[in-house]
Write a protein that binds this ligand. Structure first.
Ligand SMILES: Nc1nc2c(c(=O)[nH]1)N(C=O)[C@@H](CNc1ccc(C(=O)N[C@@H](CCC(=O)O)C(=O)O)cc1)CN2
Ligand SMILES: Nc1nc2c(ncn2[C@@H]2O[C@H](COP(=O)(O)OP(=O)(O)OP(=O)(O)O)[C@@H](O)[C@H]2O)c(=O)[nH]1
Ligand SMILES: [K+]
Ligand SMILES: [Mg+2]
Length: 461
C-alpha cells in the first residue's frame, strides 16, 4: 500500500536525555536527507539500511544548525510499519524535539495521528488487529504479568488460536457443500448432521475456554478495581498507604479527612490493583463531605473487590452493618484494624456478618497483618497462584464481546442441527461465527471501527 509520509514525536514529552522523532513512508529518507548534514558529506539517501548516523540538522530557511542528532535509517519492508522508517534521535527536552518535528513537517512530512504508525503496521499486513491492540496494552501494562499477556498477544498467540477456529469452521462448511453437491452415500444427510455437530461443539468448547480466561485477562490488563470502604477514621487511607508503600493519601485523626476518591495502582503478589480510597461513609451535614460519601457509594457499585475496614477498638455500629449489606454478593475481604488498641468490637458478631468472606486483622500503625491481607487478595483471585505461561488469554473488552456473540451463534447452530433445522439455515450461523471471529483479528471489520480503535493510541505509536 502507498501512503504519505508521517512524522511524530515517539518519546514522552518532557525532560529526558534523548527524544525520538519518527518518520514513516516513501519520502522518509529524502525528507531527513534534506535536513541532515553528516561528516564527509555523507548523504542519508546513500546509506545502508538499518544503520545509524551522527550529524546535524540544518534549518533550510537559514542554513543554521538546528540540532545535533543521531539518525537511524531503516528501509522497508523490514521495519515496524513495513515502510521506510527514519528515527531522529535528538536531545531530550520539549524545545529541541519540537524544533526537529517542525523541521520535518516543513520538509514535507505530515503530522501522524495517534496510533498511525501501528495502524500502518496493520494495514501493511505486518500485524493483525489483535496484535496492534496488544501494542497499546503493552504500553499501558502496569505489572509484569500484564506485560507478558500483552507480549503473548502481540506475538500472535490469540490470533493463531482464532485463525485455527476459523479454519475449522471453513473446512466444515466446505465439507457440507461437497456432501450436498456430490452425495456419495445414501445416508449423507445424517453424516452431514453428525459432522456439523461434532465440529460446532469443538469450536464451542474452545471459545468457552478462551472466554473463561477473560475475567483474569481483563484484571491483568486494567487492574482489579478495589475499593476501600469503612466508617470514618477506621484507617482506610492508612491501608492505601501501606499497600502502595508510600504516603499517597492524607492520614489524620480527624474523621472525614478523605473527601475525594483517591486512585493508586499497586501490584500485590502479581495481582494488579486499581486501589480506590474513599471518604468514610456516614450521615453528615457537611456538604463537601456528603458529596464524598455519595461518591464512595458510587465507586462501590463498580468494584471488583471490596476491602471493608472495621475498627477493633470500637463497637460495631449500625453504619458498619449497613456497609455489610451494601456489599452483599460482592468479593469482600473484611479487615479489622487497630488491633494494637484494646478490643471493643464483638468478634462473634463480626464473624457472623463476614460469613464466608476472608477476615484479616491488622494494626496498620504497627505494620502488622498487611502480609496476611496481601495473601488473601492473591488467594481470592488466583486461587493460589497461576502462571500465565501456556494459556492464551483474552483481555480486551472488544474481543470478549465478539467472543460472546460468536459463542451464542455457534450455540444456535448446535441447537439448530439437533432439532433438525435444514442445513442451509445452520450454514448461516456457521458463517456468522466465522465472521465474528474474523472481526477480532481485523478481517471483515468496518473501516470506521479501525479508525476509532487506532485513535485511542498514544501519539507517536
Ligand atoms: N527505536 C525504536 N525502538 C523500538 C521501537 C521502534 O519503533 N523504534 N518499537 C516500536 O514499537 C519497539 C520494537 N518493535 C519493532 C517491531 C518490529 C520491527 C521490525 O522492523 N520488524 C521487521 C523485522 C526486522 C528485521 O528482520 O530485522 C518485520 O517484522 O518485518 C521493529 C521494531 C520497541 N523499540
Ligand atoms: N492505633 C492505631 N491507629 C491507627 C491505625 N491505623 C490508623 N490509625 C490512625 O487512625 C487515624 C485515622 O486514620 P485514617 O487512615 O486517616 O482513617 P480513614 O479511614 O482514612 O479516615 P477518613 O478518611 O477520615 O474516613 C489516624 O490517626 C491513623 O494514624 C492502627 O492500626 N492503630
Ligand atoms: K481520618
Ligand atoms: Mg481517609
Amino acid at each position: 500500500m502507498e501512503f504519505d509520509t508521517i512524522a511524530a514525536i515517539s518519546t514522552p514529552l518532557g525532560e529526558g536525555a534523548i527524544a525520538i522523532v519518527r518518520l514513516s513512508g516513501d519520502e522518509a529518507i529524502q525528507i531527513a536527507d534534506k535536513l541532515f548534514r553528516g561528516k564527509r558529506n555523507k548523504r542519508l539517501i546513500d546509506v545502508q539500511t538499518h544503520t545509524i548516523h551522527y550529524g546535524h540538522l540544518l534549518d533550510p530557511k537559514t542554513g543554521e544548525v538546528a540540532e545535533e542528532v543521531m539518525v537511524s535509517v531503516m528501509k522497508g519492508p523490514h521495519t515496524f510499519t513495513k515502510e521506510d522508517v527514519v528515527e531522529i534521535n535528538c536531545h531530550g527536552g520539549i524545545v529541541s524535539v519540537n524544533r526537529v518535528l517542525q523541521l520535518v513537517l516543513r520538509a514535507g512530512a505530515r503530522l501522524a495521528e495517534p496510533g498511525e504508525f501501528t495502524k500502518r503496521a496493520f494495514l501493511n499486513g505486518r500485524i493483525d488487529l489483535s496484535q496492534a491492540e496488544a501494542v497499546m496494552d503493552l504500553i499501558r501494562a502496569k505489572t509484569d504479568r500484564a506485560m507478558n499477556v500483552a507480549l503473548g498477544q502481540m506475538e500472535g498467540r490469540l490470533s493463531k488460536l482464532i485463525q485455527r477456529l476459523r479454519q475449522e469452521i471453513l473446512e466444515t462448511l466446505a465439507h457440507v457443500e461437497v456432501n450436498i453437491d456430490y452425495p456419495e452415500y445414501d445416508d449423507v444427510e445424517e453424516m452431514t448432521h453428525n459432522m456439523l455437530l461434532e465440529k460446532a461443539n469443538l469450536v464451542r468448547v474452545e471459545m468457552k475456554k478462551l472466554l473463561e480466561t477473560s475475567q483474569q485477562g481483563k484484571i491483568l490488563r486494567e487492574g482489579l478495581s478495589t475499593v476501600i470502604v469503612g466508617r470514618p477514621n477506621v484507617g482506610k487511607s492508612s491501608l492505601l498507604n501501606s499497600l502502595v508503600q508510600e504516603n499517597k493519601a492524607i492520614v489524620t485523626d480527624i474523621p472525614g479527612t478523605t473527601r475525594d476518591v483517591i486512585e493508586e495502582y499497586v501490584n500485590v503478589r502479581g495481582v494488579p490493583l486499581r486501589l480506590l480510597d474513599t471518604a468514610g461513609i456516614r450521615e453528615t451535614e457537611d456538604i463537601v463531605e456528603r458529596i464524598g460519601v455519595e461518591k464512595s457509594r458510587q465507586v462501590l457499585k463498580e468494584a471488583d473487590l471490596i476491602l471493608l475496614v472495621l475498627n477493633y477498638s470500637d463497637d460495631l455500629t449500625k453504619e458498619d452493618e449497613n456497609l455489610f449489606k451494601a456489599v452483599e454478593g460482592m468479593d469482600v475481604i473484611v479487615i479489622i484494624n487497630k488491633t494494637d488498641l484494646p478490643q471493643k468490637i464483638d468478634m462473634e458478631k463480626v464473624k457472623e456478618l463476614t460469613g464466608k468472606s476472608p477476615l484479616v486483622t491488622t494494626s496498620l500503625l504497627e505494620d502488622q497483618g498487611v502480609d496476611d491481607l496481601e495473601e488473601a487478595i492473591a488467594a481470592l483471585f488466583f486461587s493460589g497462584s497461576i502462571e500465565t505461561g501456556d494459556i492464551t488469554y483474552v483481555s480486551n473488552s472488544r474481543h470478549i464481546a465478539l467472543l460472546h456473540q460468536a459463542l451464542h451463534t455457534i450455540e444456535e447452530a448446535i441447537a439448530g442441527v439437533e432439532s433438525g433445522v435444514p442445513i442451509d439455515i445452520v450454514q448461516i450461523d456457521f458463517t456468522r461465527t466465522w465472521e465474528l471471529l474474523g472481526e477480532i483479528i481485523g478481517e471483515s471489520i468496518h473501516e470506521s471501527l479501525i479508525d476509532q480503535l487506532f485513535s485511542q493510541f498514544c501519539l507517536g505509536k
